[in-house]
Design a protein around this ligand. Structure first.
Ligand SMILES: Nc1ncnc2c1ncn2[C@@H]1O[C@H](COP(=O)(O)OP(=O)(O)OP(=O)(O)O)[C@@H](O)[C@H]1O
Ligand SMILES: [Mg+2]
Length: 219
Protein backbone atom coordinates (compact mmCIF):
# COMPACT_ATOMS: atom_id res chain seq x y z
CA UNK A 1 0.00 0.00 0.00
CA UNK A 2 1.20 3.49 -0.80
CA UNK A 3 -0.92 5.13 1.88
CA UNK A 4 -2.68 3.64 4.84
CA UNK A 5 -4.54 5.17 7.78
CA UNK A 6 -5.46 2.89 10.68
CA UNK A 7 -7.96 4.12 13.26
CA UNK A 8 -6.89 7.72 12.81
CA UNK A 9 -8.38 10.41 15.03
CA UNK A 10 -7.60 14.11 14.89
CA UNK A 11 -8.69 16.55 17.51
CA UNK A 12 -7.81 19.96 18.87
CA UNK A 13 -7.59 20.80 22.57
CA UNK A 14 -8.74 24.41 22.60
CA UNK A 15 -11.38 24.92 21.54
CA UNK A 16 -12.01 21.18 21.91
CA UNK A 17 -13.03 19.66 18.57
CA UNK A 18 -12.87 16.11 17.29
CA UNK A 19 -12.34 16.62 13.55
CA UNK A 20 -11.60 13.06 12.38
CA UNK A 21 -13.00 9.95 14.03
CA UNK A 22 -11.62 6.46 13.53
CA UNK A 23 -10.59 6.89 9.90
CA UNK A 24 -9.44 3.80 8.01
CA UNK A 25 -8.16 4.44 4.49
CA UNK A 26 -5.98 2.69 1.96
CA UNK A 27 -4.57 3.81 -1.37
CA UNK A 28 -2.51 1.54 -3.63
CA UNK A 29 0.26 2.74 -5.95
CA UNK A 30 -1.26 4.51 -8.95
CA UNK A 31 -4.80 4.45 -7.55
CA UNK A 32 -7.12 7.49 -7.75
CA UNK A 33 -9.80 8.56 -5.28
CA UNK A 34 -12.03 11.59 -4.70
CA UNK A 35 -12.89 12.78 -1.19
CA UNK A 36 -16.18 14.65 -0.98
CA UNK A 37 -18.15 16.01 1.95
CA UNK A 38 -19.65 19.18 3.40
CA UNK A 39 -17.61 22.19 4.47
CA UNK A 40 -16.04 21.61 7.86
CA UNK A 41 -16.29 17.82 7.64
CA UNK A 42 -12.50 17.42 7.91
CA UNK A 43 -11.42 16.95 4.27
CA UNK A 44 -8.43 19.30 4.40
CA UNK A 45 -7.45 17.93 7.81
CA UNK A 46 -7.48 14.42 6.35
CA UNK A 47 -5.48 15.48 3.30
CA UNK A 48 -2.87 17.15 5.51
CA UNK A 49 -2.43 13.92 7.45
CA UNK A 50 -2.14 11.92 4.20
CA UNK A 51 0.52 14.38 3.02
CA UNK A 52 2.56 14.22 6.26
CA UNK A 53 1.83 17.92 6.86
CA UNK A 54 0.00 17.11 10.09
CA UNK A 55 -0.06 14.24 12.56
CA UNK A 56 -2.99 12.25 13.92
CA UNK A 57 -3.76 12.62 17.62
CA UNK A 58 -4.43 8.85 17.68
CA UNK A 59 -3.94 6.00 15.23
CA UNK A 60 -1.35 5.24 12.57
CA UNK A 61 -0.50 6.84 9.24
CA UNK A 62 1.76 4.82 6.93
CA UNK A 63 3.41 6.04 3.74
CA UNK A 64 4.95 3.30 1.59
CA UNK A 65 4.82 1.06 4.65
CA UNK A 66 6.66 3.50 6.91
CA UNK A 67 4.92 4.68 10.06
CA UNK A 68 5.10 8.47 9.80
CA UNK A 69 5.12 8.82 13.60
CA UNK A 70 8.54 7.15 13.73
CA UNK A 71 10.17 9.53 11.23
CA UNK A 72 12.22 12.61 12.07
CA UNK A 73 11.27 16.03 10.72
CA UNK A 74 14.01 15.90 7.99
CA UNK A 75 12.75 12.46 6.92
CA UNK A 76 9.19 13.77 6.74
CA UNK A 77 10.38 16.81 4.80
CA UNK A 78 12.12 14.52 2.30
CA UNK A 79 8.91 12.51 1.78
CA UNK A 80 6.87 15.70 1.31
CA UNK A 81 9.38 17.11 -1.14
CA UNK A 82 10.30 14.02 -3.19
CA UNK A 83 7.35 11.66 -2.96
CA UNK A 84 4.31 13.90 -2.76
CA UNK A 85 3.05 16.69 -5.00
CA UNK A 86 0.54 19.15 -3.57
CA UNK A 87 -2.04 21.25 -5.41
CA UNK A 88 -4.25 23.69 -3.54
CA UNK A 89 -7.32 25.75 -4.42
CA UNK A 90 -5.11 28.79 -4.97
CA UNK A 91 -1.99 28.11 -6.98
CA UNK A 92 0.50 29.87 -4.64
CA UNK A 93 2.89 30.60 -7.51
CA UNK A 94 5.67 33.11 -6.81
CA UNK A 95 4.71 36.29 -8.71
CA UNK A 96 8.31 37.42 -9.30
CA UNK A 97 9.34 34.11 -10.94
CA UNK A 98 8.59 32.92 -14.46
CA UNK A 99 6.43 29.90 -15.19
CA UNK A 100 9.52 27.75 -15.75
CA UNK A 101 11.17 28.98 -12.53
CA UNK A 102 8.00 28.32 -10.53
CA UNK A 103 7.90 24.72 -11.74
CA UNK A 104 11.55 24.26 -10.75
CA UNK A 105 11.18 25.54 -7.17
CA UNK A 106 10.63 22.09 -5.58
CA UNK A 107 13.90 20.89 -7.16
CA UNK A 108 15.94 23.54 -5.32
CA UNK A 109 15.81 21.64 -2.02
CA UNK A 110 18.12 18.63 -1.93
CA UNK A 111 20.71 17.42 -4.41
CA UNK A 112 21.37 19.36 -7.64
CA UNK A 113 19.17 17.89 -10.34
CA UNK A 114 20.70 18.22 -13.82
CA UNK A 115 17.59 16.97 -15.66
CA UNK A 116 15.11 19.17 -13.85
CA UNK A 117 14.88 21.86 -16.55
CA UNK A 118 14.19 19.29 -19.28
CA UNK A 119 11.51 17.67 -17.15
CA UNK A 120 9.96 21.07 -16.38
CA UNK A 121 9.74 21.97 -20.07
CA UNK A 122 8.20 18.58 -20.88
CA UNK A 123 5.66 18.91 -18.08
CA UNK A 124 4.77 22.42 -19.20
CA UNK A 125 4.27 21.07 -22.72
CA UNK A 126 2.09 18.33 -21.27
CA UNK A 127 -0.16 20.84 -19.50
CA UNK A 128 -0.36 22.94 -22.66
CA UNK A 129 1.86 25.85 -21.59
CA UNK A 130 4.91 25.42 -23.82
CA UNK A 131 4.28 28.92 -25.21
CA UNK A 132 4.22 30.52 -21.71
CA UNK A 133 7.56 29.47 -20.18
CA UNK A 134 8.83 33.01 -19.65
CA UNK A 135 5.53 34.53 -18.54
CA UNK A 136 5.00 35.51 -14.92
CA UNK A 137 1.88 34.44 -13.00
CA UNK A 138 0.37 37.94 -13.31
CA UNK A 139 0.42 37.49 -17.09
CA UNK A 140 -1.55 34.21 -17.01
CA UNK A 141 -5.21 33.28 -16.64
CA UNK A 142 -6.44 31.48 -13.51
CA UNK A 143 -6.68 28.17 -15.35
CA UNK A 144 -3.15 28.56 -16.70
CA UNK A 145 -1.79 29.33 -13.22
CA UNK A 146 -3.41 26.19 -11.88
CA UNK A 147 -1.83 24.14 -14.71
CA UNK A 148 1.58 25.56 -13.71
CA UNK A 149 0.82 24.40 -10.16
CA UNK A 150 0.11 20.90 -11.52
CA UNK A 151 3.45 20.85 -13.37
CA UNK A 152 5.21 22.08 -10.22
CA UNK A 153 3.56 19.33 -8.15
CA UNK A 154 4.91 16.69 -10.58
CA UNK A 155 8.44 18.01 -11.11
CA UNK A 156 10.06 15.70 -8.56
CA UNK A 157 8.23 12.68 -10.03
CA UNK A 158 6.23 11.97 -6.87
CA UNK A 159 4.35 8.75 -6.18
CA UNK A 160 1.37 10.67 -4.86
CA UNK A 161 -0.51 13.77 -5.96
CA UNK A 162 -2.72 15.43 -3.32
CA UNK A 163 -5.14 18.08 -4.49
CA UNK A 164 -7.35 20.15 -2.17
CA UNK A 165 -10.18 21.77 -4.15
CA UNK A 166 -7.92 22.20 -7.20
CA UNK A 167 -10.81 23.44 -9.35
CA UNK A 168 -12.50 25.51 -6.64
CA UNK A 169 -11.34 28.88 -7.97
CA UNK A 170 -11.91 28.11 -11.67
CA UNK A 171 -14.85 28.66 -14.00
CA UNK A 172 -16.70 25.61 -15.24
CA UNK A 173 -14.76 25.11 -18.48
CA UNK A 174 -11.36 25.47 -16.80
CA UNK A 175 -12.46 23.27 -13.89
CA UNK A 176 -13.50 20.52 -16.29
CA UNK A 177 -10.20 20.82 -18.16
CA UNK A 178 -8.11 20.70 -15.00
CA UNK A 179 -10.02 17.69 -13.65
CA UNK A 180 -9.47 15.90 -16.96
CA UNK A 181 -5.75 16.75 -16.84
CA UNK A 182 -5.38 15.28 -13.33
CA UNK A 183 -7.16 12.09 -14.38
CA UNK A 184 -4.95 11.74 -17.47
CA UNK A 185 -1.75 12.36 -15.50
CA UNK A 186 -2.78 9.71 -12.98
CA UNK A 187 -3.12 7.19 -15.81
CA UNK A 188 -0.12 8.27 -17.90
CA UNK A 189 2.43 8.77 -15.14
CA UNK A 190 1.11 6.19 -12.69
CA UNK A 191 1.04 8.80 -9.95
CA UNK A 192 -1.56 8.02 -7.27
CA UNK A 193 -4.16 10.77 -6.89
CA UNK A 194 -6.28 12.00 -3.99
CA UNK A 195 -8.59 14.88 -4.89
CA UNK A 196 -10.73 16.72 -2.38
CA UNK A 197 -13.54 18.34 -4.33
CA UNK A 198 -16.97 19.90 -4.01
CA UNK A 199 -17.53 19.05 -7.66
CA UNK A 200 -19.62 15.90 -7.96
CA UNK A 201 -18.96 16.10 -11.70
CA UNK A 202 -15.22 15.66 -11.07
CA UNK A 203 -15.70 13.08 -8.30
CA UNK A 204 -17.83 10.90 -10.57
CA UNK A 205 -15.03 10.72 -13.13
CA UNK A 206 -12.66 9.15 -10.59
CA UNK A 207 -12.69 5.37 -10.11
CA UNK A 208 -13.41 5.64 -6.39
CA UNK A 209 -15.24 8.20 -4.23
CA UNK A 210 -15.32 8.36 -0.44
CA UNK A 211 -17.37 10.75 1.65
CA UNK A 212 -16.44 12.47 4.89
CA UNK A 213 -19.30 13.50 7.12
CA UNK A 214 -18.73 14.87 10.62
CA UNK A 215 -15.26 13.35 10.66
CA UNK A 216 -16.39 9.85 9.67
CA UNK A 217 -15.32 8.34 6.34
CA UNK A 218 -17.81 6.29 4.30
CA UNK A 219 -17.49 4.47 1.03
N1 LIG B 1 -6.30 24.45 14.36
C1 LIG B 1 -7.58 24.16 14.60
N2 LIG B 1 -8.11 24.23 15.85
C2 LIG B 1 -9.41 23.93 16.07
N3 LIG B 1 -10.26 23.50 15.12
C3 LIG B 1 -9.79 23.39 13.87
C4 LIG B 1 -8.44 23.70 13.52
N4 LIG B 1 -8.27 23.48 12.20
C5 LIG B 1 -9.48 23.06 11.73
N5 LIG B 1 -10.39 23.01 12.72
C6 LIG B 1 -11.79 22.59 12.59
O1 LIG B 1 -11.83 21.32 11.98
C7 LIG B 1 -12.98 21.18 11.16
C8 LIG B 1 -12.58 20.59 9.80
O2 LIG B 1 -11.80 21.54 9.08
P1 LIG B 1 -11.30 21.24 7.59
O3 LIG B 1 -10.55 22.42 7.15
O4 LIG B 1 -10.61 19.93 7.57
O5 LIG B 1 -12.70 21.11 6.83
P2 LIG B 1 -12.99 20.90 5.27
O6 LIG B 1 -13.82 19.68 5.13
O7 LIG B 1 -11.71 20.95 4.50
O8 LIG B 1 -13.89 22.17 4.92
P3 LIG B 1 -13.96 23.06 3.55
O9 LIG B 1 -14.78 22.24 2.59
O10 LIG B 1 -14.70 24.28 3.98
O11 LIG B 1 -12.57 23.32 3.09
C9 LIG B 1 -13.62 22.55 11.07
O12 LIG B 1 -14.78 22.55 11.86
C10 LIG B 1 -12.57 23.48 11.64
O13 LIG B 1 -13.16 24.55 12.31
MG1 LIG C 1 -10.90 22.29 3.09
Amino acid sequence: MLLELQHVHKGYASPPVEVLRDINFQLADGEAVAIVGPSGSGKSTLLNILGALDRPTQGTALFDGRDLATLTEPELAAIRNRQIGFIFQLHHLLPQCTVLENVLIPTLAGQPDANASDRAVKLLERVGLQHRLEHRPGQLSGGECQRVAVARALINQPKLLLADEPTGALDHANATGLGQLLIELNKEQGVALVVVTHSLELAKRLPKVVELRDGVLNG
